[in-house]
Design a protein around this ligand. Structure first.
Ligand code: ADP
Ligand code: MG
Length: 276
């Protein structure tokens, strides 16, 4: 890595948007790999029963593998389920298995049902610079656990029609969790994904998002890229699958922007695409 500043405390970032297919999982794994390649120690927590983040990181997550389900429902220590990602140093994953689909229901009757992930993270003793939590496309108890565990919400927004639709509901949930369970919670980062600069629609959506959210929107946006969508089927992030591709460079740059913002350094767009 190029030695970006590391945060003083672990930054826990919740990647959330209850819409499916907007790039949550893609953003989680590629940002995590980018931050690790920048020299950080990063844990991805897969909180989607589909286990797409685990797959994309090449992590075994068949039904018998110790997983985040065991952490949430059976109070297994996080350290018992975390696996290293083999081709990226400093990157780790707590996988999701299919039984996580039942956890939404099983959690309802458990004590401290909203704060089980938070407790597990607080008890985890390995030093980490970032934890990125990949949320399912819903606002149920799994996502609430993520919102209680993290301080920062990262919302990927796909540059498409109806991009902002449904976001009000997510933002209200963030407010509710902040008010009742986690006073530190805030939307820190908006990332425009699948951006096609050739279309007027994409730039209109980008303008709309920027005028709605302002400073939270990263200067870097992620282009639509076939290489990004191919990488998961090889159990790789685009950062190792095709490091020179536009998709890899843009996630690497977005990671740099996030790291610099975290220590209060103004991001200078002139340095874009020099780091990889
Ligand atoms: P979510 O986790 O929000 O459901 P995903 O990250 O799984 O969304 O992305 C949905 C689909 O879009 C996946 O097939 C993924 O490979 C593809 N995709 C995501 N980002 C890009 C991109 N920048 N360019 C091309 N395809 C993308
Ligand atoms: Mg997903």
């Amino acid at each position: 890595g190029e030695g970006l500043p590391r945060p003083e405390q672990t930054r826990v970032m919740v990647v959330a948007n209850q819409k499916g297919g907007v790039g949550k999982t893609t953003t989680t794994v590629n940002l995590a790999a980018s931050l690790a390649l920048h020299g950080a120690r990063v844990l991805v927590i897969d909180l989607d029963p589909q286990g797409n983040a685990s797959t994309a990181l090449g992590i075994d997550h068949h039904a018998e593998v110790p997983s985040i389900y065991d952490v949430l429902v059976d109070s297994k220590p996080l350290s018992d389920v975390v696996q290293p990602v083999t081709d990226v140093e400093g990157l780790f994953c707590a996988p999701a298995t299919i039984d996580l689909a039942g956890a939404e229901i099983e959690l309802v009757s458990l004590v401290a049902r909203e704060s089980r992930l938070q407790r597990a993270i607080q008890a985890y003793e390995q030093p980490l610079d970032y934890i990125l939590i990949d949320c399912p496309p819903s606002l149920g108890l799994l996502t609430v656990n993520a919102l209680v565990a993290g301080a920062e919400v990262l919302i990927p927004i796909q540059c498409e029609y109806y991009a902002l639709e449904g976001l009000g509901q997510l933002l209200r949930n963030v407010d509710l969790v902040r008010g009742h369970l986690n006073p530190n919670l805030h939307v820190s980062t908006i990332l425009l994904t699948m951006y096609d600069g050739r279309t007027r629609l994409a730039s209109q959506v980008a303008d709309e998002v920027r005028s709605h959210f302002g400073g939270e929107v990263l200067r870097t946006s992620i282009p639509r890229s076939v290489r990004i969508s191919e990488a998961p089927s090889y159990g790789q992030t685009v950062l190792t699958y095709d490091p020179g591709s536009s998709g890899a460079l843009s996630y690497f740059e977005a990671a740099r922007e996030i790291a610099l913002r975290g220590v209060g350094v103004r991001y200078d767009v002139q340095h874009a695409h020099t780091g990889a």
